[in-house]
Design a protein around this ligand. Structure first.
Ligand code: F6R
Length: 520
């Protein structure tokens, strides 16, 4: 609170030190180092100096608007003035904000799941829109402070979906939802329940840029693998925070795909906007319905994973992979590329197959025991297996706080193998027939240097497999290549989960992490 103004802020005011120096010159004192206090003080300063207004309401709204024009960065604000403690003023730029509407009162939150216990009705604000929120009334204004009418949305998620429902952690609950949400992605596609797939005409595009962050970027690597191997479309995967500042070689025949569970990730959103400014067609693969990326993409395909509460994504990632599989099948159909319909047959049983992976709890617990007291862990694999390693490694490090790295197995001997010492865990993934022997040779190289080796493969290799190089082996069901990452990564999620549990970590809320990264 500064003077007349109290506020809550989600985001970052990038030019806060400039504004702070200005305010200090004007005699304002500060109690903290935060950009939020500067935002609060600046709105208060503008408010106190605001002349030329019709009434108190206009003064408050105008001072917020004028201050916001001087802020650089991202914000969602809830603002209360001292003399009207029952009124919240609100506005946003690049940070998410929902205004929940109910008969008992109205409120603001940064995520729909936070309001579902009270209401399913909500309003979304655009940049330069302002809300005056009272117990029984919400008024929305445009940038000229004219009253406007906004659409009232109805959330499709229920409050029960946002509860643990008997599971020890949200992460475990969400891992266990994968059989049904993956089946749902496929049935929506194969039973033609989602018209958005047909809006993407792959015969128009000569190349694809997939842009995302973190696990969504890892899911995109699987997408690239499928697009290139099956639909013959050259595809690059770009990290959103890099893409937004690099030279974009976009042509009218480039399709840009932005992948985001939350639909609010700042860098992914910025990449979307830059791509659109460059006249590219943008396809969004998004989970959160009505989120900014979903709204701003030219075409949006929802993954329908339902609310994901655990910070570490699980069903968010696997539904993205399944959506890529559907898109690639569609691209093949449109380009008259023959395929053997394995996926179409497989999807009928996919829920049971994933469930059988989840049910191997004791095996995950055994692996976790061998990892939980180690400091460094390596994941190795080749081709698409390496893409899965990247997600497995991220999952493990983010929730268990054990340092881990994913390496293309053939790259180890170019440096990293020097880190392998007696007992260092190396997790090798080998699911690809063409590369199986090569990966086995690489795991043997680490075993010869003292590594504790964990070998993850599929049942089709049970006959060729020799026991001599692995301390622990995990056999998982054989599926088509379209579903392999879903199967393997589900197991890796559970290994990460059991390891973090043994270490007593705060699994659903790992330190230093936020569920949606709405700042750059
Ligand atoms: C890791 C994780 C993050 C997100 C990333 C992108 O478990 O959850 O790496 O995948 O922050 O988030 P979205 O998909 O919301 O854009």
């Amino acid at each position: 609170m500064v003077g007349n103004v109290t506020l809550v802020h989600n985001g970052i005011i990038e030019n806060y030190s400039e504004l702070k120096s200005y305010l200090i010159q004007k005699g304002v004192n500060f109690n903290s180092q935060t950009d939020t206090e500067v935002a609060c003080a600046y709105i208060n300063y503008v408010y106190e100096n605001m002349k030329d207004f019709k009434d108190e309401d206009e003064r408050k709204l105008k001072s917020i608007l004028k201050a916001c024009l001087d802020f650089r960065g991202s914000y969602a604000f809830g603002i209360i003035f001292k003399d009207t403690p029952d009124v919240i003023y609100s506005t946003r730029k690049d940070s998410p904000l929902v205004i929940g509407l109910s008969d008992e009162g109205n409120f603001i939150a940064s995520d729909i799941s936070a309001i579902l216990d009270y209401t399913k009705k909500y309003i979304l604000l655009n940049y330069m829109e302002f809300a005056k929120i009272e117990k029984d009334n919400v008024t929305i204004y445009d940038k000229n402070l004219e009253i406007i009418t906004k659409k009232i949305n109805e959330a499709t998620w229920s409050a029960t979906e946002c509860k643990k429902n008997g599971y020890e952690h949200f992460m475990l609950k969400e891992i266990n939802e994968q059989p049904s949400v993956i089946k749902n992605v496929y049935s929506r596609f194969f039973e033609n329940k989602d018209e958005n797939y047909s809006k993407v005409d792959f015969s128009k595009y000569t190349n694809i840029h997939i842009v995302a962050c973190g696990s969504a970027m890892h899911a995109s690597l699987i997408g690239k693998y499928l697009f290139e191997n099956y639909a013959n479309i050259p595809t690059t995967v770009e990290i959103a925070s890099e893409y937004r500042y690099k030279k974009l070689l976009l042509t009218p025949s480039t399709l840009v795909i932005i992948v985001s569970q939350s639909g609010e990730t700042a860098d992914s959103l910025a990449a979307l906007r830059i791509s659109k400014e460059n006249k590219a067609t943008v396809l969004g693969i998004v989970n959160a319905v009505g989120s900014t990326i979903a709204r701003e993409a030219d075409i949006t395909i929802y993954t329908h994973a339902g609310p994901e509460i655990a910070v570490a994504t699980t069903k968010g990632y696997t539904t993205q992979v399944a959506t890529f599989a559907c898109l690639v099948i569609n691209a093949m159909k449109q380009k008259n590329i023959k395929y053997d319909f394995t996926l179409e047959n497989e999807y009928n049983n996919i829920d049971k197959i994933i469930q059988s992976v989840i049910d191997k709890t004791n095996e995950y617990k055994d692996i976790a025991k061998s990892l939980s007291n180690r400091n460094d862990i390596f994941f190795i694999g080749r081709g698409n297996d390496y893409n899965m390693c990247m997600e497995g490694s991220l999952k493990l490090k983010e929730i268990s706080y054990i340092h881990s790295e994913a390496y293309p197995a053939g790259e180890l001997k170019h440096g990293t193998i020097s880190l392998i010492e007696e007992g260092t865990p190396v997790i090798a993934i080998a699911t690809d027939k063409e590369l199986y022997e090569k990966t086995v040779s690489n795991i043997k190289e680490t075993k010869a240097r003292g590594a504790f080796t964990i070998f993850i493969t599929t049942e089709e290799f049970k006959d060729t497999y020799t026991k001599d190089f692995a301390d622990i082996t995990l056999f998982l069901p054989t599926t088509s290549l379209f579903n392999e990452a879903i199967i393997i990564v589900t197991a890796l999620q559970l290994i990460a989960y059991e390891t973090a549990k043994l270490r007593g970590c705060d699994i659903d809320k790992p330190k230093n992490l936020a569920k949606s990264v709405t700042v750059e």
